[in-house]
Design a protein around this ligand. Structure first.
Ligand code: FRU
Length: 484
């Protein structure tokens, strides 16, 4: 048996044993992508190929911690029902021995080309990085071609997460980087043939321009066109908290601008976070055949109390967000759950038209662990409006301060913690609540809040409160269980 076969066999054996424990966990999610066992992090190689959506993912199958990552694989024909496929990439070769790290996929001549980072550490812990290519006919089995790009001068070995696209007949790649003077940067490459890559320079960060002093590392960059703008998404590390901004250990957000494929220049505006919640990192997008720009993100943040999640007791850790569709409205990226997710709804909605005034109420049938809540025509005259969720989380809008807040009881110490954003007006909320996660889409995607939370598994209660006159309509659906 060669090294690749051996690693795969060990992974499958461990996962088959541990998934029986994972399946006992009351916090196992019902309709979010999770690993069968072990740790999941970044979405990788997200693409529609051969009539299916493919979502590969960073996977440590042996334990609920980071390490020499594999590429796990889910496929779907509708973004709702996912099949767990066999391991796509195992870290078996010298150029990836410490992990097949994050990367992306592109189709050429009916074949799938995936680019990923081969992570290597020597005996002294020094890091090496190789941007590697693997090619597949079916999206399931990959032929590793090895490194196609070595580290250019001017960067440290914190250089990873290639995202590749085609534009004007040429291929481009952005890579997350750290410059030799320890500034976070996005590096650009171009190629005619996907194997020979030319370094074009830094397109954001790196000690110049608008993001001059913007942390020490950019991870997972992604550059794409949305309406009439070129959006660069990335996950910067090393930002200081600024008021309500940058509260998590690391951030994930975007700039909008203009990319010139002739010169490889990119001019852009200010950075904005993509999500206002506790758990959102390393988002990756793809364009599907209908022209939609779709996004998945990892519903966690590196180094953010990862080992305190109670699911580690059941041998699994972390999950993806729901798939979201991006649009650009007045220069701002909006995120909406993809419309296919309506297929998760079970039966008819429970509906109410409510008027609250200095009271808290629970509506009959508006409760549950895996539910969608659509709250529309919200009018908060003054004071505050709140939704309490399963005795653990709370969403509060202050009409006076024009601030939306998500609170949860910390899974680390039980103390209430919060994330907030400015919001001039609250008109609608769409909540996707799963057994231990919440995704809140505000005003049809103007803002989102994403978080894990761990209520008492038996608690299904929800209540609505307002300090002064507040009107709204509610629809609530139970959502189907799609994962075990
Ligand atoms: C982001 C990240 C990437 C890296 C991968 C390793 O979460 O650190 O930069 O490729 O995870 O799993």
């Amino acid at each position: 048996m060669n090294r690749d076969e051996q690693l795969r066999r060990e992974a499958v054996e461990t996962v088959n044993k541990n998934k029986q424990i994972a399946e006992q966990d009351p916090y196992r999610l019902h309709y979010h992508i999770m690993p069968p066992a072990g740790l999941l992090n970044d979405p990788n190689g997200f693409i529609q190929f051969g009539g299916k959506y493919h979502l590969y993912y960073q996977w440590m199958p042996f334990k609920t911690d980071h390490g020499a990552k594999f590429w796990g694989h889910y496929s779907s024909s509708d973004l709702v029902n996912w099949k767990h496929e066999e391991i796509a990439l195992a870290p078996s070769e010298w150029f990836e021995k410490n992990g097949c790290y994050s990367g992306s996929a592109i189709e050429r001549d009916g074949k799938l080309y995936v680019f990923y980072t081969g992570n290597v550490k020597d005996e002294d812990g020094n890091r090496e990085t190789y941007q590697c290519l693997a090619v597949s006919e079916d999206g399931l089995h990959f032929d590793k071609k090895g490194p196609v790009l070595e580290l250019p001068k001017g960067y440290t070995a914190h250089f990873r997460d290639p995202k590749v696209w085609k534009q004007d007949g040429k291929y481009f790649m952005v890579v997350g980087a750290q410059t030799a003077d320890l500034k976070g940067a996005a590096a650009l490459f171009s190629s005619e043939n996907l194997t020979d890559w030319e370094h074009k320079g830094i397109i954001a960060g790196g000690g110049t321009g608008k993001l001059k002093n913007f942390g020490y590392m950019f991870e997972c960059p992604d550059l794409f066109r949305l309406s009439d703008k070129d959006i660069l998404i990335f996950s910067p590390q090393g930002l200081e908290t600024e008021g309500m901004k940058y509260q998590n250990v690391y951030q994930a957000g975007y700039v909008t601008g203009e990319f010139n494929p002739e010169t490889g220049e990119y001019t852009h505006g200010e950075f904005d976070e993509l999500d206002r919640g506790f758990d959102f990192y390393a988002p990756q997008t793809t364009e599907d055949i209908t022209g939609r720009r779709l996004l998945f993100a990892w519903m966690s943040v590196p180094d953010q109390n990862e080992q305190d999640h109670p699911t580690t007791d059941y041998k699994w850790l972390h999950n993806m967000t729901l798939p979201r569709e991006l649009t650009l409205n007045n220069g701002k990226v909006y995120q909406q759950p993809v419309r296919e997710l309506e297929a998760l709804r079970e039966g008819e909605a429970v509906e109410y038209t409510a008027e609250l005034n200095n009271e808290t109420v629970a509506f009959n049938g508006v409760l549950g662990k895996a539910v969608e809540l659509l709250i529309e025509d919200i009018e908060v005259s003054e004071g505050w409006f709140e939704i309490s969720i399963r005795g653990n989380a709370r969403l509060v809008y202050s009409a006076n301060e024009k601030i939306l807040t998500l609170e949860r009881k910390s899974y680390t110490n039980g103390i209430v913690e919060k994330r907030q954003c400015k919001l001039a007006l609250l008109s609608s909320l769409r909540l996707f609540l799963d057994t231990s996660s919440a995704e809140v889409f505000v005003n049809e995607g103007e803002e989102t809040f994403t978080a894990r939370f761990y209520p008492d598994p038996e608690n299904k209660e929800m209540s609505f409160g307002a300090s002064q006159k507040t009107n709204f309509k509610i629809k609530k659906w139970n959502l189907q269980k799609k994962f075990i």
